[in-house]
Design a protein around this ligand. Sequence first.
Ligand SMILES: [Zn+2]
Length: 152
Amino acid sequence: MKLTPKEQIIEKNFKLGAITKDGFMGDDVRHVHDIIQHDAMTLEKLGISSGELAARMQFFIDLGKEAIENIVDWNEYTIQVIWSRGMLPCPFGEPRLHHKIFIELRNNKLNKSIRYTQLNVHLIREHGFFEGKGSPFRLEPEELVEVLSLDQ
Ligand SMILES: [Zn+2]
């Protein structure tokens, strides 16, 4: 596939060091669009929309934000949110910036933890993008659905 100049600029945003030190692709050699499409199929099988996922992810960020840096216990969850200074742009190139918010969310009933950022929530909600395999913030749709208890 031949990329337009705008697409080439956007493509660069996903690589190491452009927006974040590690980039968004990991060692995934697929095109961004193919990664999105594959994860969209997985979500469809799970019967969950990216909007529902993102809303649940945001819910936990908002819960944890109230107790910044401190641990919050809520039902079977343990939540810790860390809010760093500065803002990050989205690799898809819209002008809006995103807070550097990181959350560690532990589901004590399942004995499983996930970690994600405010930018992850945006990428999933607006772009259906879960990042490339091997990226430090790659999220697996199945795991998200399970840990966020959306499968009940
Ligand atoms: Zn975006």
